[in-house]
Design a binder for this molecule. Sequence first.
Ligand SMILES: [Zn+2]
Length: 655
Amino acid sequence: MKLKLTFSLIFIYTHIVLSQNFENPITYECKNDLRFLKSSSSNTITHDFDILYYEIIVNWYNVLKSSDRIYPGKVRVVARVDTLISTNQFYLNSYLTIDSVKKSNNQLNFTNSNGVLTINLDRTYSQNEIIDLEIYFRRTRTDNRGFYYYPKSSQTLENLAYTMTEPSDARYWFPCYDDPSNKADSMRLIIFVPKDFVATGNGLLERKYTIGDTTIFVWFERHPITTYLIAITASKYSMFVQNYTSKYPPFETIEIQNYQWQADSLRSVYVMRNTGLMMECFEIYYGKYPFDKYGHSAVSPFIYGGMEHQTISTIHRNWLTSDGQYGIAHELAHQWWGDLVTCETWKDIWLNEGFATFSEDLYKEFTQGKSAYFSSMNARANYYYNYNPGYAIYNPPQLFNGAISYYKGALVLNMLRYVLGDSLFFQTLMNYRNQFSYSTATTEDFKNIVSQTAGEDFSYFFNQWVYQPDHPVYIYNWKVTQNQNKYNLTFYLKQTQTHYSVYKMPVELKIQFPSSDTTVRVWNNQREQSFTFEFNDTINSVIFDPQNYILKQASRDISLDVFQDNIPQKFELLQNYPNPFNSQTTIRFSLPGKDFVSIKLFDLNGNEIKTLVNGELNSGNYSITLDASQLSSGVYFYTMKTNSFKSTKKLVLIK
Ligand SMILES: [Zn+2]
């Protein structure tokens, strides 16, 4: 009898809550997701509005109490009309049973078929008008899609209900405009659960109250959020809090809330021991943690290892039993790359997954040093060579392919870091963050940020590594010729891949002398190219790309004629590379015939600073390294003179 009474009370209360308009504040940030207009989406529905707010109410009481998978809900959708044309139809994605749609308490007509909810508005709406709708729905499906329910079992320690929707399953648990490009400016979750259960959600817990046998959790995310990052997890959880103090003013304390089953509590305290350190690492490299709280909800079973729901990652329980440190770092890094800056379309998924995977290794570098970073990158490269499916990281046919979206994505960032140098690379990431915070970005957006930050067009880099599949295939050979006390090294490099004409990359060569070594960097921008260097010592060996920065296949072919590179047609002095530079740069020049050559460095006032070359040389393409470690920052000039040729170029030293 008591039970029955409770149920009917709940029913009445649910009904009241679902019927009333929640008088909760809505924050509209001064942001307009106009950018989504240019996105191409897998949806067929048209999008002529910008979502401002979702308020999602779900009653999971019966789900968790009696394993009844069918639940009622209500969603309030507030949107602004975006297009110039007026609209009288409003479209959402929904695989739910829709009971009614109301606007200002008036019923609206609607149809709901093939996953599309079409609402006939009461009148025509023009640009910038606000549409505020309430949709009463029930999830009448009993499958695990978008929404998952598992009753208590050996692997599920308590009845467990949660949502998991990336990329496009949010429409299976609440009606929404389900596209990553259209973030709601804010979002509220109101979840009904039996009173001994806990419901986790995005943002901050605004209210929690119990009526009879039901507890209601109200979570509010005041930051923009896209549908696939909205999540609820509910079970009989224990929770412990860690506090992290931000490294940035006003040095706020950010709560890290960890939810797990009671039996896993101690283990969770141990496994989460480094979350603060990870926060510190990513705040140093990527800037301030962008949300109000962070946390983990542990579940089992789970189709993924972890999922970066905004402010509250869902993790597989086996990360607690196995100590999944790098998974935890990966999901945390997604709060910057994925949640703060979200891939605008699923074609750009590497902007989420490549960045988060790169971040795992960055955290490794932060805690264990650079060699740990390199060995992890090498392991990823080997995995990629073994499992490369042969498509590009942009617009991959399989979104979550480990070798492509995750590993090659991370390796491309590693190569970008190599080409730009640390200072420009991390500045690029900060600029990318600053421009696309709480919004979405495409691969082209990221490319443009790289080009702007570097002051150089990086289209070549993105074309060869992001928009094209696979990687270069190099063959090389080298030879040393002695000229009195000097040793001339000629390094010949040839690209033989058939899918792409020329990969342009700086290439490092490590030259080993009997008792020392030196590493030079040359700019390889031709399919066949040779580089000549002059040394005072005998050369034992040359290692091509010693740090394995470049994703490639490479082998030495000792039968290759190193002198087959064409004899230059003309005198030429090339721009040094890199430029600007810090301490070391390479200067290339060409001689069509044997000649006396001098190359000297001058300061702005014309004072001679250094002699780089002074003597007779044979025809060929030469590279010399300028070591400016003893010079101060500034602009310098280098001049090449022969009997019949003179050329001057400017270089910039930045220390
Ligand atoms: Zn990820």
